[in-house]
Design a protein. Structure first.
Length: 88
C-alpha cells in the first residue's frame, strides 16, 4: 500500500508541476481516501468529487422555481404613458 501511496504522490507532484491542478486535486483526494483506512484500498474513487459552494447549508433543499415551457415574459410597459388616464 505504501508503494501505491508513493506512486500516487509522485503522480500528484508531476501533475502539479505540469499545472494540471484538476488532476492533482483528484490524486490528492484519492491519497486522502487511501490514508483513511478501513475499506479504502477497495474504494472506487472514480466518482469522487468535492461539494460545490452553495450546494450545502441552509435553504439548499429548496427547489428553484422555473416557468412552464413556452412561457414568455410579458413586455415592459411604455414609460411615457405612466400616470395618464384613458380619456386624456
Amino acid at each position: 500500500m505504501t508503494d501505491r501511496l508513493a506512486d500516487l504522490q509522485a503522480r500528484m507532484d508531476a501533475a502539479a508541476a505540469a499545472l494540471d491542478f484538476e488532476r492533482a486535486r483528484a490524486l490528492r483526494d484519492e491519497i486522502s481516501l487511501l490514508r483513511g483506512g478501513g475499506d479504502a484500498p477497495d474504494a472506487d474513487t472514480s466518482g469522487l468529487t468535492r461539494q460545490q459552494p452553495g450546494a450545502m447549508g441552509l435553504g439548499t433543499s429548496q427547489a428553484r422555481y422555473s416557468p412552464p415551457e413556452g412561457w414568455v415574459k410579458p413586455r415592459k410597459p411604455d414609460p411615457m404613458t405612466k400616470g395618464r388616464g384613458r380619456r386624456q
